[in-house]
Ligand binder design. Structure first.
Ligand code: CAA
Length: 403
């Protein structure tokens, strides 16, 4: 199927980022939001990304205007009537998203693809609200959308294989790297990333180390940004929503660290409102200590040790759970983490890393963490089976991959 025009519902940071990516590929795109001010803000965000390229000499001012001429804004669904594909990027609320899809179905051509950029909600449940549920699919971009190469393509129960193929081809046409992911809460990348970020939050609230030190340690490991800087960039409100969805699906191993809820409650949302773990707006200077003291008094847990492994092994363990559930292949899991989170290229992804460390070593460390830090580290069953069968990674020439 050819896509001649696309639409985006929701002119926030993700919606605008997606619209920039679409227009950059040469396709007209219309951005919709509920009022003119939001639409304008979204279009300004698109322009800002292009302006950044002009400032760096990667594009001329006239090329910027050419690209911007492909971007239009609207507050009415009527302007989607000639769109072949629309991506919804409104906030994470099932009822709101289902309403958007019902509204879309009324105006879109019968052949149009209706995609959601949800971070964690069920594609199948969103699709259940419309008649043409075979046309509904997850096309999940990563923040910042103009930069991150990965796009997760997630079919729901009702999605047709034709829609999946079209979504993959569309992502490729945007010069992104699509990875097909079996539907589950958090899909692939968030399902691995959130336990890693959550572990950073546990380490902080337990006084394991100052957040600046932990961010530095994870950057030294090779991540492009530290976990607290990333939490702030993603937004503590978004992380709280995704954490809840993960907990609802996977239970205690995904229980969110208390500090994530406390930050949300204190309206410390991250870069978007000038204060999260770090302070971005000097007028909002505030101390984290009272929040930490209150949590430590409540949980009684403090002084646990910090190591980058504490965070990274959460990622490896969840990757093993995903593998066991056929969420994606080992190479797609690694590729998705490289392209979706900037996991260090030289380590090849969490599963290649585990093979290099030794699957037996990973298992033993998880068992130790499980005793000392909590049962959320309980190892994925596949790890025990691999060790028992001598699939130890590079040292036995077979592990998650063959060597
Ligand atoms: N919009 C557009 N472009 C941006 C940008 C933004 N918000 N932020 C950075 N960039 C561009 C910069 O302009 C720069 O472009 P050039 O190469 O053309 O000069 C490039 O990205 C690199 O930026 P910087 O040099 O300023 O900084 P950096 O090298 O540290 O990269 C980063 C910034 C791309 C954000 C990098 O730190 C990174 O990859 N961080 C990890 C981000 C991550 O994990 N994202 C996934 C989160 S999970 C998610 O999004 C899913 C969900 O549903 C919650």
């Amino acid at each position: 199927m050819f896509i001649y025009k696309a639409g985006v519902v929701g002119a926030g940071a993700m919606g605008a980022g997606i619209a920039q990516v679409i227009s950059f590929s040469g396709l007209p795109v219309v951005i919709k939001d509920t009022d003119d001010e939001r639409v304008k803000k979204g279009i300004d965000l698109v322009r800002k990304v292009y302006q950044g390229r002009v400032d760096k000499g990667k594009m001329t001012a006239s090329e910027l205007e050419q690209k911007m001429s492909l971007v239009s804004g609207t507050t009415s669904y009527d302007d989607f009537k000639d769109c072949d594909l629309v991506i919804e990027a409104v906030f994470e609320n099932m009822k709101v998203k289902q309403q958007v899809f019902q509204d879309l179905e009324k105006v879109l051509p019968e052949t149009a693809i209706m995609a959601t950029n949800t971070s964690a909600l069920s594609i199948s449940q969103i699709a259940s609200a419309v008649k043409r549920s075979d046309k509904v699919i997850g096309i999940h971009f990563f923040n910042p959308a103009p930069v991150m190469k990965l796009v997760e393509v997630i079919p729901g129960l009702q999605t047709s294989s034709e829609t999946v193929d079209d979504a993959v081809a569309f992502a490729e046409s945007l010069r992104k790297m699509p990875v097909r992911v079996k539907e589950c809460a958090g899909f692939l990348v968030n399902r691995l990333l959130l336990p890693y970020l959550n572990e950073a939050a546990y380490a902080l609230q337990e006084g394991a180390a100052p957040m600046e030190e932990m961010d530095k340690a994870l950057r030294a490991f090779g991540m492009p940004m530290g976990p607290f800087a990333l939490l702030d960039m993603l937004g503590l409100d978004v992380c709280a929503d995704v954490s809840m969805i993960l907990y609802d699906s996977f239970g205690p191993r995904m229980k969110a660290a208390e500090i994530l809820g406390a930050m949300h409650k204190a309206n410390r949302l991250g870069t978007k409102n000038g204060i999260g773990f770090y302070v971005y707006d000097e007028t909002k200077k505030a101390d984290l200590k009272p929040i930490l003291d209150e949590i430590q008094a409540k949980t009684g847990v403090k002084g646990t040790p910090f190591s980058p492994e504490r965070l990274v092994f959460q990622m490896i363990n969840e990757a093993a759970f995903c593998l066991e559930e056929n969420v994606a292949s080992p190479s797609d899991i690694d590729l998705a983490m490289l392209a979706g989170t900037g996991f260090p290229q030289d380590k090849g992804g969490p599963l290649h890393l585990a093979d290099g460390i030794g699957v037996d070593v990973v298992l033993a460390k998880l068992q130790e963490f499980s005793k000392t830090l909590g049962p959320r580290f309980w190892p994925a069953p596949i790890l025990k089976r691999m060790v028992a069968a001598n699939y130890l990674g590079q040292k036995t020439k077979k592990g998650f991959f063959n060597y």
